[in-house]
Design a protein around this ligand. Sequence first.
Ligand code: AMP
Length: 280
Amino acid sequence: MFYLLKCFIQMKILLNNIDLNEALFGKSNIGFVPTMGSLHDGHISLIKKSLKLSNKTIVSIFVNPKQFNNKKDYKRYPRNIKKDLRILKRLKVDFVYLPEIEDVYKFANKVKIKLKKQDKILCAKYRKGHFEGVINVMTRLTQIINPSKIFMGEKDFQQLFLVKRYIEKNFKSKIISCKTIRDKNKLALSSRNILLTKKNLKKAGQVARNLILFKKKLFKKKDLKNLILIKKNELIKKFDIKIDYLELRNTKNLRLTNKIKDTKIFIAYYISSVRLIDNF
Ligand code: AMP
């Protein structure tokens, strides 16, 4: 770690809350980009937006154990801190926060976290406790950092939706949503993509392209619910994937709908043992 500290003089690396409080003292208009590391162009787009809109930008890298409902998944989550720090330095980020678990969890959370029944949909239905873990860490990081703006990706739309509600109700910080960044095959960038074989990466791109095209065609169609069910079965057969959900929902309230206005198609699926999510 000493080696890393020496290499990144302009960009301050904050390893605990004492360093963080000292570094952020008196700073205003702080932009915060929370991440779990293994940074890619999706994260970079959030960071660039923060650099543009904030006086100071702080990026956190923290693989939050509480949001993994599966220990094995937590253990095999990709980590690459050296490469991440190189990327952040190149972007001229002001601060990188690399907390230990106790920095985040040693104090009582002032926000009570309980999902409503109507929130237990999509990933909340399939990954029990996941969003409680995400909201828990996000409300804690917000208390620690006190940012003006928090930059989050539409790639994780349900996360963005829920975190925005909890954060903006309890704190002054505003959540800024950022568009999904895709690779040349239209696959949404994700740290988990590293876990895919070349063949499965290609397949995941084909699933994404298939759904982008499908969504375009839905604008002229009726009985969307049935068409989505047909599409779900087609994808399972064509690509040999296991689908947790494929649903059309209103983006304002995340309710199921049969009308195309203000909607997104949400998907979560497994290619071999890797779970991917996306929305179109
Ligand atoms: P993660 O490190 O996966 O927890 O993601 C950190 C932030 O980056 C979250 O707000 C994500 O929604 C966002 N993000 C992840 N992938 C993408 C992407 N492909 N495009 C835009 N934002 C993304």
